[in-house]
Design a protein around this ligand. Structure first.
Ligand code: HEC
Ligand code: HEC
Ligand code: HEC
Ligand code: HEC
Ligand code: HEC
Length: 192
């Protein structure tokens, strides 16, 4: 490849290698390939049987397959994901992904037991959905969800801080198909 920027071919080479390795790894893991576009996994919370203590416990070592697959660490290349604008401004997006399940989680016995006003204010309004493009923060959700056990302290809506501290990895949102995730970026790089 005769790209002038010497960084580009290296990235492509590594990316291609990683894709091949990852493809094998994920099949072994049998992890469900999610669509490339970020989409909410609408696993409806079972009504009120949630035991809250388990979610607050910090998970120092997580051996579960659900989190970072051992074959690939996204941070290898994405060194400061907590600073990417879409992640920083995540407060606007919470409801897009979690909107339909927030009541089960926060209201009633066996949950964190918030009152309606926490999220709806007074006089009550319905929290709104945003497309996440502009700067700023909209949702009440970011007033909580700092890394456990400080779940009631502000997270300021940082998607990386909120999710990685709770054992949810990049792949929970972006899917495990590293080839598909990077298809557009790869096509752009090779065109340059
Ligand atoms: C070998 C290096 C490498 C690894 C490993 C890697 N990426 Fe990337 N990724 C890139 C490059 C290069 C780009 C394009 C430039 C950029 O956006 O930084 C990119 C772009 C992306 C994009 C934007 C795609 C788009 O079309 O806008 C997402 C999302 C992404 N990566 C997610 C991930 C996730 C999730 C993982 C872990 C499963 C991962 N990456 C692992 C190198 C890598
Ligand atoms: C792009 C979709 C998306 C957005 C935006 C998003 N989340 Fe999530 N979130 C997920 C997924 C996927 C999971 C993992 C769900 C699972 O494992 O069932 C998750 C898990 C969580 C968990 C941990 C659940 C647990 O099991 O401990 C919390 C807390 C959470 N999200 C809060 C938030 C908050 C607050 C915001 C906004 C600042 C937000 N999320 C924005 C997709 C999203
Ligand atoms: C953790 C935050 C939170 C709490 C606490 C909360 N709500 Fe909501 N509520 C929401 C969000 C977010 C929506 C919008 C859901 C959507 O867009 O899918 C909503 C929507 C609603 C709606 C509109 C209809 C619907 O279901 O979408 C009603 C009515 C409502 N809430 C009533 C209540 C009542 C009554 C309480 C107290 C018992 C309460 N909420 C507590 C976050 C909350
Ligand atoms: C007053 C603080 C507070 C507010 C406001 C709040 N939450 Fe939570 N939320 C919590 C606590 C506490 C937990 C349970 C411990 C944990 O998971 O961190 C929790 C748990 C969650 C979970 C994970 C539940 C699970 O599966 O274990 C999600 C998802 C979530 N909140 C989303 C939201 C969204 C979306 C909003 C805004 C509509 C919101 N929260 C508003 C305090 C809050
Ligand atoms: C809670 C869900 C969630 C998690 C966890 C998450 N992301 Fe994202 N990410 C998003 C959303 C939403 C966007 C913006 C929409 C899109 O690009 O699909 C985004 C955008 C990106 C982009 C494009 C950045 C840009 O400026 O356009 C990259 C690269 C990326 N994420 C990489 C990662 C990596 C690496 C991790 C893990 C360290 C990660 N993401 C974890 C939801 C998440």
């Amino acid at each position: 490849m005769e790209a002038k920027d010497s960084k580009v071919p290296i990235y492509i080479a590594i990316l291609v290698a990683v894709i091949l390795i990852a493809a094998g790894g994920y099949f072994i893991l049998g992890g469900p390939s999610k669509p490339t576009k970020v989409a909410p996994t609408s696993t409806p919370a079972p009504s009120t049987t949630v035991t809250e203590t388990t979610t607050i416990t910090p998970t120092p070592v997580n051996t579960s397959v659900v989190t970072a697959p051992a074959t690939i660490k996204c941070e290898l290349c994405h060194t400061d994901p907590q600073n990417y604008p879409p992640h920083v401004n995540g407060g606007k997006l919470c409801i897009n992904c979690h909107g339909s399940q927030v009541h089960n989680i926060h209201i009633g016995p066996g949950t964190v037991g918030r009152d309606c006003q926490t999220c709806h204010g007074f006089p009550p309004t319905i929290p709104t959905v945003a497309n996440g493009t502009g700067p700023g923060h909209y949702a009440v959700c970011e007033n909580c969800h700092a890394p456990p056990p400080d779940s009631l302290k502000p997270s300021y809506g940082n998607l990386i801080v909120i999710h990685l501290s709770r054992g949810k990895y990049c792949t929970n949102c972006h899917g495990t198909d590293i080839g598909a995730i990077h298809a557009a970026a790869l096509a752009n790089l090779t065109k340059k």
